[in-house]
Design a protein around this ligand. Structure first.
Ligand code: CDP
Length: 807
């Protein structure tokens, strides 16, 4: 070794592997406007499609006349349900086992439902065309309030289901009922409540909201009549699933369908499902023989593509006088809108809502969920969340605060008293999950010490006194939240989509010069996979991350994977990447042993290559092994250095975190100020701390938006009154608070690199922290629970209802 020989630290640093704050490689194109999005695609002869949409929330469609539209210069076709029936595509299957109209078939069931698809030579002509389509409607009574959907005299929404007493998830109790899902031991839970010293009960609503990716949903479909092949470029979070769905419903051979997700400008669950726009563009391309583009606008996105939440959770907790929880009982009324198009693994009609026992050691629990139809847009996507986990975390975290209030206990102290203890992991929850690992007490105490929780409570007590004395009009709230997530769907034993197990995949191919390509079944929509996947490979096989190109989103080249949503990428694909790398390493070891003329067991791994045990100077770098793989492999071995892994995870991963929000509210105006927000996350092994921080910032910003104002609201006639960014709260840098982030590391015991997901965590933990802060602020005035969202007006109204508003 001489002075120029790199040190071990330098060799490790050169790899930019796991733990390194590697800069995002994709940003080179994103920050220079060089991304390649669906709408950048311009094909020769490309046509454009646009929708005629229903102004009514519920109406019979008596007639659709496209004659005038066809006279508009450039308009080529007006497609209706009748057209689609000729190719058996008027209805499409949903991911939840229901069916959904592609275009209005006899009636419309929500405002802005797709009624007809106008195809024209350019977008403007298509838009002119839709204004000329004449649709005759006969309005019908609407069902907007979910609590009235199952009234005996409620209008029948889904006439196509008439007489069907069973749906995809069991018996239906009413014509607007979709399913009932129950989990847990009812008798044991009822007994716990009968014996309880203290109980609380509250109806906690998580309002309807909607993801807002920068780029809306869109596609270009191009059918090649000669080859019989359909190519679809689209904003898909799960391109392989889209290809399979298209093959099944369009009856095209799967190998003749090419699905490509180019750069995608944010997903947040919005781009998991299949929308009528995709079907109509594909049919229009097949009919015209030309490529057809469909790009929705913002109002269409907010009002017609998949919504999120809309869960109304009657929550009961039983406890001892000392504050030890003894039972949890939750009933959810789940408003799924006009069709059950909820994007969950097939067997889970309410997603993973049964994580609702949260971070607490409930000896028993019972959950029942009733899914219902209303005249609202369909969906139920995991908006920056893992399949209804956000709703569950909100439910239990508000519930624990309400219990603390009744017991006159500090909410942090109540949590510490009931946490699952470190030594209880793997922990079996009363509602059926096996939590992999956790150290909740350490995380909570770190949060409390860092923010000086005791000091903040003293400050709050002083502020309350000052308020009582009339010296201030501001009240102060501390919103504590401690969440446990469940991410990484998922194990084939209980997770599938349309019968396809939710594994994920990676194929790594190393080139002779020590560089390579990794193709993965996931699809980044901004999470930085091109950066972090290469970091896993760098650490595993000692090739610098800069030498690994990561490719996702093309079904012809990527191995089959189930895509990116619900923070599943790191838990599932991240594991596949490590396993594929390990296969490569095993072959590399054989090549190195052959070249170094030793037995492979005599080799040990050392940062970026192998060395002979006991002879540290006898080494072979991975870069040199790559070269050897193409010219001098051991006799009988195939040349080349590549591997593929399809990883079926044995369990989900369970990230967790301790958050606190410090907020003041002016009772006369309802205006709130976020004084401080601290978020401690534990996502196991951290691949890229900088990307994790970015994920937490983004998720917290969305949590802030949702808790403090973002809502899809309907008037009693079913008109969406928050259908644009004029009304739908979209925080900018001006409103967004400063985020303080922190972490602990509790690796997942079953994941090859110990990593858990993180992308959804800040939304899951953030929403209850904000809501608990508002509720904590008002609690000393006698309030128990104020429903979200907590915008200025509602805060003002809460103050007014509590009699503290001055005027
Ligand atoms: O599925 P999705 O990519 O949305 O979520 P994720 O698996 O939580 O990953 C989000 C981003 O954070 C990816 O770039 C991950 O590689 C990164 N991450 C990380 O660096 N370390 C972790 N333990 C978890 C995620």
């Amino acid at each position: 070794m001489n002075d120029l020989t790199p040190t071990r630290e330098q060799r490790t640093a050169a790899l930019e592997g796991m733990g390194c704050k590697r800069k995002r490689v994709e940003d080179a194109r994103f920050t220079q406007g060089k991304g390649n999005y669906v709408d950048d695609l311009k094909l020769p002869g490309m046509l454009h499609g646009d929708f005629v949409r229903s102004p009514h929330a519920h109406a019979r469609v008596k007639s659709i006349n496209g004659d005038e539209a066809l006279k508009v210069p450039g308009v080529l076709a007006v497609i209706t349900a009748e057209t689609l029936k000729t190719v058996n595509l008027a209805w499409m299957p949903t991911l939840a086992g229901d069916v959904q109209m592609v275009l209005a078939d006899g009636k419309v069931l929500f405002q802005n439902q797709e009624v007809a698809f106008v195809v024209a030579t350019d977008r403007y002509a298509a838009d002119d065309g839709i204004n000329k389509v004449v649709v005759e409607y006969e309005p019908l009574p609407v069902v907007i309030d979910p609590f009235k959907a199952m009234d005996a005299d409620a209008p029948v929404l889904r006439e196509d289901l008439a007489g069907k007493t069973t749906g995809a998830h069991g018996p239906r109790k009413h014509h607007n009922h979709i399913f009932e899902w129950t989990v847990g031991d009812k008798d044991l839970t009822d007994a716990a409540f009968r014996k309880a010293e203290v109980t609380v009960k509250e109806m906690i609503s998580y309002h309807r909201t909607h993801p807002s990716p920068l780029e809306t949903c869109q596609c270009v479909c191009s059918f090649d009549k000669i080859r019989g092949e359909l190519t679809i470029w689209g904003t898909f979070q799960a391109p392989h699933v889209i290809r399979t769905v298209v093959a099944l419903i369009a009856k095209l051979p799967e190998q003749k369908i090419h699905v490509i997700s180019p750069d995608v400008g944010g997903g947040f669950g919005n781009k998991v499902g299949a929308y009528p726009g995709y079907i109509c563009a594909a049919v229009a391309s097949i009919v015209t023989g030309k490529p057809v583009k469909w790009v929705e606008d913002r109002i269409e996105n907010l009002t017609a593509t998949s919504f999120a939440r809309d869960y109304h959770m009657t929550t009961e907790i039983a406890a001892t006088k000392e504050g030890k929880v003894t039972g949890l009982r939750v009933h959810v009324l789940a408003d799924h809108g006009a069709f059950d198009a909820c994007a969950d693994p097939s067997k889970w009609p309410a997603g993973f809502f049964n994580i609702v026992t949260g971070s607490y050691d409930f000896p028993t629990a019972h959950l029942s969920v009733d899914g219902i139809y209303t005249n609202k847009a369909p969906g139920g996507v995991a908006y920056r969340c893992s399949f209804r986990v956000t709703e569950a975390a909100y439910c239990i975290e508000r519930g624990m605060d309400i219990l603390a209030q009744k017991l006159k206990m500090d909410p942090a102290e109540l949590r510490l008293k009931n946490f699952i203890r470190k030594e209880q992991f793997p922990y079996h929850s009363a509602l059926g999950w096996e939590y992999d690992s956790g150290d909740y007490h350490t995380a909570m105490k770190k949060m409390m010490e860092t923010v000086d929780y005791a000091g903040l409570r003293k400050q709050q007590a002083a502020q309350r006194e000052a308020f009582r004395r009339g010296e201030t009009r501001e009240i102060m709230g501390l919103g504590v939240s401690f969440f446990t997530e469940i991410v990484g769907a998922g194990p084939s034993k209980n997770c599938d989509i349309l019968g396809i197990a939710m594994f994920d995949s990676c194929e790594i191919r190393l080139h002779p010069t020590g560089a390579g390509i990794a193709r993965v079944g996931t699809k980044s929509t901004g999470q930085g996979h091109e950066t972090t996947w290469a970091q896993i490979i760098a650490t595993e096989i000692g090739i610098p991350a800069d030498n690994i190109m990561v490719e996702e989103g093309n079904t012809d080249t990527a191995p089959y994977g189930l895509g990116t949503y619900g923070s599943r990428s790191t838990p599932v694909a991240g594991a596949a990447i490590a396993m594929a790398a390990r296969k490569i390493k095993a072959k590399a070891q054989m090549i190195a042993a052959y070249k170094l003329e030793v037995h492979e067991d005599d080799l040990e791994w050392d940062i970026d290559g192998f060395r002979v045990k006991g002879l540290p100077e006898k080494t072979m770098a991975m870069k040199d092994i790559c070269w050897a793989a193409y010219n001098s492999v051991p006799p009988g071995m195939e040349p080349g250095l590549e591997a593929v892994s399809y990883y079926d995870p044995p369990n989900m991963t369970y990230p967790f975190g301790a958050y606190i929000c410090v907020m003041t509210i002016d009772v006369d105006t309802g205006v709130y100020t976020i004084k401080r927000f601290y978020a401690l996350d534990d996502c196991g092994t951290r691949i890229n701390p900088m990307i994790i921080e970015g994920q937490v910032h983004g998720g917290l910003t969305e949590a802030f938006a949702i808790a403090m104002g973002q809502e899809i609201r309907y008037d009693p006639e079913g008109n969406v009154v928050t259908g644009s960014f004029m009304d739908f709260f979209m925080p900018t840098a001006v409103e967004t608070p400063h985020w303080e982030t922190d972490f602990t590391v509790t690796p997942s015991p079953h994941h090859p690199i110990g990593a858990k997901g993180v992308g959804e965590s800040p939304n899951v933990g953030g929403v209850p922290a904000f809501s608990n802060a508002v509720n904590d602020a008002f609690s000393f005035l006698g309030s128990t629970h104020i429903q979200m969202p907590h915008d200025y007006w509602r805060n003002w109204k809460a103050a007014k209802n509590l009699g503290v508003f001055a005027a």
